[in-house]
Design a protein around this ligand. Structure first.
Ligand code: SF4
Length: 336
């Protein structure tokens, strides 16, 4: 049995490397391996909400899929409640799937358009072996949990008869209907109108707190992560750049990439200075990342060592940072 102080989720040196292209790519001098996730390590305590933050292609969605065993890691180990998930099969994998759920990004893709809401919410119950006559109660409870008023009125409707906000609540209800311990929410409001995002986010926070869920919230939007998560892990080209309390990261980012993300958040006061860090647009080709630090070709602080050595994630004060600029700080705090 898991000690209450032990992490619920433990990720150790996890890799997801894809082989892409073939002989032609090799002839063009491009590596045929994409490191979607590269030697990533972190832990999540029970009840903790962690944001996975970064630009498109940084590996955050791949990391979420690895955590749910929707992808198999090509290296390292992921454990849930003290048990490695790599070896889960059959009934054990089914049990894990019930405990660890995904809230999809696009509600319009997540629900079969030919299913009524009742049928969509019945599916996970059916997979869990719950007989038809016992499904209506949990379906209504799940819809009430995500604050869909008068849930009976939705049961026989089809997805196209619901608004985006209502459908995303249905997607949330489906993820929660088996009472999971852990959820991965992959940009759950990015496809919704701005006007309904706050309502859906409030439901997510409320449900998470009421059920004591452990959650990963994947997003490219620092403001949303700040609203939802107490801790943030910043990723870039498959690696962790910084991992710490969200408020520390927002108020005093340490890694140059995190500084750029924070500086890019629009400032609502026109008289307040807004000085984005000059890192240029877009990450490099993941098939051909820079040597040493993967951020170095966009980093305004890069120096010689950055081209030859990969910076390790080190403890700096209360957080972890992967940057050569902080190695001395890390070493001296380690000596104290
Ligand atoms: Fe910039 Fe070097 Fe730090 Fe990478 S290791 S973020 S290139 S200073």
């Amino acid at each position: 049995m898991l000690d209450s102080n032990e992490p619920l989720v433990s990720v150790r040196e996890v890799q997801l490397h894809y082989r892409v292209g073939g002989a032609l790519s090799a002839l063009r001098g491009r590596s045929s391996v994409v490191k979607a996730v590269d030697r990533v390590s972190f832990e999540i305590r029970r009840g903790e909400s962690v944001g996975l933050l970064g630009e498109s292609g940084c590996g955050k969605t791949s990391m979420g899929r690895l955590l749910l065993k929707l992808e198999e890691a090509t290296g390292g180990e992921i454990s849930f409640a003290g048990e490695a998930i790599a070896g889960l099969k059959g009934a054990a994998l089914k049990r894990y799937r019930a405990k660890a759920q995904l809230i999809f990004q696009n509600p319009f893709d997540a629900v079969n358009p030919r299913f009524t809401i009742r049928a969509a919410l019945s599916e996970p119950l059916e997979n869990a072996g719950i007989p038809v006559r016992e499904r209506e109660g949990p379906i209504i409870e799940a819809l009430e949990l995500v604050r869909l008023p008068q849930p009976q009125q939705f049961l026989d409707r089809y997805p196209h008869q619901l608004s985006g906000g209502q459908l995303q609540r249905v997607v949330m209800a489906r993820a929660l209907i088996l009472q999971p311990a852990f959820v991965v929410a992959d940009e759950p409001v990015s496809m919704l109108d701005v006007s309904v995002r706050a309502g859906v986010l409030n439901v997510f926070r409320d449900v998470r707190d009421r059920l004591g869920l452990t959650a990963i919230y994947i997003s490219h939007d620092l403001a949303l992560v700040r609203y939802v998560c107490e801790r943030t892990i910043v990723m870039y080209l498959g690696r962790i750049m910084e991992d710490g309390s969200t408020e520390d990261i927002v108020h005093e980012p340490l890694h140059p990439y995190t500084k750029a993300l924070v500086a890019a958040v629009p400032v609502p006061q026109p008289d307040q200075s807004h000085d984005p860090l000059p890192i240029g647009r877009g990450a490099p080709d993941p098939r051909n990342p820079p040597s040493g630090c993967v951020f170095r070709d966009r980093c305004p602080y890069a120096f010689e060592r950055c081209a030859s050595q990969v910076p390790r994630l080190r403890r700096v004060g209360t957080r972890n940072v992967a940057c050569h600029l902080f190695e001395e700080t890390a070493l001296s705090s380690g000596r104290q």
